[in-house]
Ligand binder design. Structure first.
Ligand code: ADP
Ligand code: MG
Length: 406
């Protein structure tokens, strides 16, 4: 009844999905909490299914093993897998009829109650392991006494309990270690960001040196006797100073935004307003913005920063104009929990290499560009908990898709 190989098999069904999850999450470049939760829920659900479908029946004791994925789901507070495991367990035991349905409901409910009682405390996992299995053992004993009246082998129960606790401990240790690894990974990313900011400071001084050197040169050449020449110099000086100010302005707003000033906004109203702001500039360049919208779509966001984001994107589109007429099409779609904004232009587009550099600070293909616009956009959309994605084909155009949570 209690063969070593059975425990070994159960171990494989438990560890295989969890280790696969850890391998995949530590190897993803764009780590996010949602992704982590999603992968973990898949792993735990898979554990549960593998255990139920493939593991050899060890009669009463199998119930202990079958609840391990559920316990881990509770410990990691992964709601999707809590629900999945509960449903799978209920269906399995109802179909299999090994246990009395009352016992299953009692056990699942007691896990849930325990979770509700202790989930706020940090020692949840310790408490769970130390006491809960005793409760489980008691429930099993009562079950055997009441429903089957078989003679229960306490020795087996305790062996099964012991192995369950060891498996659970090992899995928790692995998951905790993984957490440390993920934290380290995040810290590394932050350090990398800081390092990039530092190098960008050097780049900034370099970028500012050019216009200042130009200004200096012209100032030295100013000749007040020749009014025409001087006037031309002043125009150049003005342009160069303006450029320096743009670089400084863009840079000072970059990387510093910690908090957003959020309010309820209507996305269509916001877009119409931006269209108005850019109307003169667009008409002058033989370009047009076309907004496709049907009804009011409300969401929570930072009005002035989002306005800046869309102005940056629409200015980029205008600067990408390579045909007689530039059309920018903006579509807004309302999804369940987010809104989707698609901005499509028929400008010069980008090559694959250019696309790979998108969002990199100071990356620009323009002689007068600062390469800060898209980095700023990405930062603002990130702070909103949204996403921004670029698709582009040389000479055909660029499509930018933005998701913002409602
Ligand atoms: P800047 O506009 O100052 O160059 P950005 O960060 O706004 O800096 O843009 C970076 C680069 O991305 C641009 O230099 C350009 O090559 C490319 N780019 C951005 N938007 C578009 C677009 N709509 N079409 C083609 N290329 C674009
Ligand atoms: Mg730009």
């Amino acid at each position: 009844m209690l063969k070593i190989t059975n425990f070994f098999l159960i171990g494989i069904y438990l560890f295989f999905p969890i280790l696969s999850y850890i391998t995949s999450i530590t190897n993803t470049t764009n780590y996010s909490k949602e992704k982590d939760h999603f992968y973990l829920s898949i792993a735990l659900t898979l554990c549960e299914v593998l255990l139920l479908v493939l593991s050899p029946p060890i009669y009463a004791y199998s119930l202990l093993f079958f609840t391990i994925p559920l316990l881990i789901a509770y410990i990691t507070k992964n709601k999707a897998s809590i629900i999945n495991c509960n449903i799978i367990l209920i269906i399995y035991f109802l179909l299999d009829k090994i246990y009395h349905p009352l016992l299953i409901i009692l056990i699942l409910l007691s896990y849930y109650l325990f979770y509700l009682l202790f989930s706020k405390k940090d020692q949840f996992s310790k408490l769970l392991i130390n006491y809960y299995f005793l409760i489980n053992a008691l429930i099993l004993c009562i079950y055997f006494y009441l429903f089957s009246k078989k003679i229960i082998n306490f020795c087996f129960i305790f062996i099964a309990l012991f192995i369950t606790i060891i498996y659970l401990y090992l899995l928790i240790i692995i998951l905790k270690k993984n957490e440390i690894f993920i934290n380290l990974n995040n810290k590394l990313k932050e350090l990398e960001k800081e390092r990039r900011l530092k190098t960008s400071m050097f780049k900034l001084t370099h970028e500012l040196k050019n216009p200042l050197a130009v200004c200096n040169g012209y100032l030295e050449m100013i000749d007040f006797q020749n009014e025409n020449k001087t006037r031309r110099y002043f125009d150049i000086l003005k342009d160069e100073i303006k450029r320096s100010l743009t670089i400084i302005n863009d840079f000072s707003s970059f990387g510093k935004i910690k908090e957003l000033d959020k309010e309820e906004l209507d996305i269509n109203y916001l877009l119409e307003e931006i269209k108005d702001t850019l109307r003169a500039l667009y008409i002058k360049n033989n370009a047009e913005i076309c907004i496709e919208n049907d009804e009011e779509i409300y969401f929570i966001g930072d009005y002035s920063r989002l306005k800046q984001v869309f102005i940056n994107l629409l200015k980029n589109a205008l600067e990408a104009k390579n045909k007689a007429y530039l059309l920018v099409n903006i579509k807004v779609k309302e999804l369940k929990e987010k809104i989707k904004i698609i901005i499509k232009d028929n400008g010069c587009g980008m090559t694959k290499e250019q696309l790979a550099h998108i969002g990199e600070i100071f990356y620009t293909t323009k002689s007068t560009g600062t390469g800060l616009g898209l980095s700023y956009c990405q930062e603002i959309i990130d702070l909103h908990g949204g996403q921004i994605m670029f698709k582009s084909q040389p000479d055909i155009g660029t499509t930018i898709t933005i998701y913002l949570p409602k």
